[in-house]
Design a protein around this ligand. Structure first.
Ligand SMILES: Cc1cc2nc3c(=O)[nH]c(=O)nc-3n(C[C@H](O)[C@H](O)[C@H](O)COP(=O)(O)OP(=O)(O)OC[C@H]3O[C@@H](n4cnc5c(N)ncnc54)[C@H](O)[C@@H]3O)c2cc1C
Length: 410
């Protein structure tokens, strides 16, 4: 019976699910879960949605109820940072100087917001959104009539803009690209989101370059490259994230756009694994490495990491999946599309309920269902099949998605 000690660095969703999975997979030795935040592990999606709007509580966001860790004999050390990992000595160093030995180590350090190196970025009232405290601070600014500038119309920027409008704030979004979310969705599908935000009263300034944040002590406005000044009471910067790879880099692990792992989520150092936002993992279905910075990946990868840590058969090959909620528009996206030759719509985006398919050589590489539910499984099957589909049937809402593979011609 194994009485080994397994240490998890990072008390977010991935870390907490890994601790749970180690027990569920039969590990009987010690599990130490170390998290820098002074919070029980929690999920982040509500931070730009219901929690930000004051519609759900801190407790609602918890990964597990408080008693879970004790019941499962998981030693949870919060408000504790790991300052170094030593794969040779099989030890981690904690911020108080304590050194803790391990038999297997899991890095679940997640990611942090990218910062803009622009004048005024340190002014009070310029926010980023990653943790509960950030969400509280932004929430306090969302009074009716408050003027909010959101920099970056990616998922987080778009969700913050929506929540802020729902709270009655005046919102201007500054985005460098021609459309919100264009780098993920392409022009046609991102036009849908641009229209939704405009209908809800957001001023969208696309193709706009931010030059500086202005104000004395507190932010009072932002200046764009074309000389436009937007007065505001607060700014939320949502321009992407960077994986927290510092510990891994300093320890000499292979790091490239995240901590590099194989499909078992094993890193280049013996006994060290990585999962969640920080892992750039070889994906057997795509035959390449993917770093997925979404909730479902942080939810599911830990089980595979735990199995691998226990020496069991393990391979992570789920089709990437994420969701977003903005106003009354709920969506799910499955797949991974960097190149496509066509986007096909089943249903009319103008009507607010549709599925968009990204096609390459007649094959579905990604699908996004908007206010249409229970279609993720067949969409993922289409992607996994790699079969050519009949485009007319694909866009015909009368043909169940499950039937499309029956007449495909490979
Ligand atoms: C506001 C917001 C909204 C989101 N909404 C969605 C959504 O709608 N749909 C979706 O699919 N995804 C969403 N995401 C993304 C999703 O939340 C992330 O993919 C997920 O949180 C990743 O989990 P993780 O555990 O890998 O990393 P994290 O959640 O970043 O957790 C890592 C933890 O490790 C800790 N840590 C780091 N370094 C150390 C150290 N040295 N010592 C100790 N602890 C350390 C950090 O403090 C942190 O608590 C959202 C993210 C944010 C920020």
């Amino acid at each position: 019976m194994s009485k080994e000690r397994h240490v998890i660095v990072g008390g977010g969703l991935a870390g907490a699910k890994a601790a749970e999975a180690l027990r569920a997979e039969g590990h009987e030795g010690e599990i130490v879960l170390i998290g820098a935040e002074d919070e029980l592990p929690y999920e982040r999606p509500p931070l730009s949605k219901d929690y930000l709007r004051g519609e759900s509580s801190r407790d609602d966001a918890r990964v597990h109820p408080e008693g879970f860790y004790e019941e499962q004999e998981i030693e949870l050390r919060i408000a504790t940072s790991v300052t170094a990992i030593d794969p040779g000595a099989r030890e981690v160093e904690l911020d108080g100087g304590e050194r803790l030995g391990w038999d297997r180590l899991l890095l679940a350090t997640g990611s942090e917001p990218r910062r803009l190196p622009l004048p005024g970025a340190d002014l009070d009232g310029v926010h980023h959104l990653r943790d509960l405290g950030d969400s509280d601070a932004i929430s306090a600014r969302l009074e009716p009539g408050a003027r909010l500038v959101v920099v970056g119309a990616g998922w987080i920027g778009s969700e913050v803009a929506a929540s802020a409008r729902q709270k009655g704030a005046e919102v201007e979004v500054v985005e460098r690209a021609p459309r919100p979310l264009e780098h993920v969705l392409g022009a046609e599908a991102s036009d849908f989101y641009a229209a939704v935000h405009r209908e809800h009263g957001v001023v969208l300034r696309t193709g706009a370059a931010l030059e500086r944040f202005e104000g004395t002590g507190r932010v009072e406005g932002v200046l764009l490259g074309d000389g436009t000044r937007i007065d505001c009471d607060a700014v939320v910067v949502g321009v992407g994230i960077v994986p927290r790879t510092g510990l891994a880099e300093e320890a000499g692990l292979e790091v490239e756009n995240g901590v590099v792992t194989d499909e078992r989520l094993a890193t280049s150092a013996e006994g060290v694994f990585a999962c969640g936002d920080v892992a750039n993992a070889h994906h057997p279905f795509y035959g390449r490495r993917l770093r997925v910075e979404h909730w479902a990946n942080a939810l599911h990868q830990p089980e595979v990491a735990a199995r691998a840590m226990l020496g069991k058969e393990a391979s992570y090959d789920r089709v990437p999946y994420f969701f977003s909620d903005q106003y009354d528009v709920g969506m799910e996206y499955a797949g991974y599309a960097t190149e496509w030759d066509r986007i096909a719509f089943r249903g009319d985006p103008g009507g607010g309920e549709f599925i968009a398919f990204w096609l390459r050589d007649g094959r579905v590489v990604a699908g996004m269902n908007v206010n249409v539910w229970d279609v993720t499984d067949p969409i993922q099957e289409l992607i996994r099949s790699r079969k050519r589909v009949d485009a007319d049937r694909l866009v015909d809402p009368g043909v169940p998605l499950e039937r499309l593979l029956e007449r495909s011609d490979g």
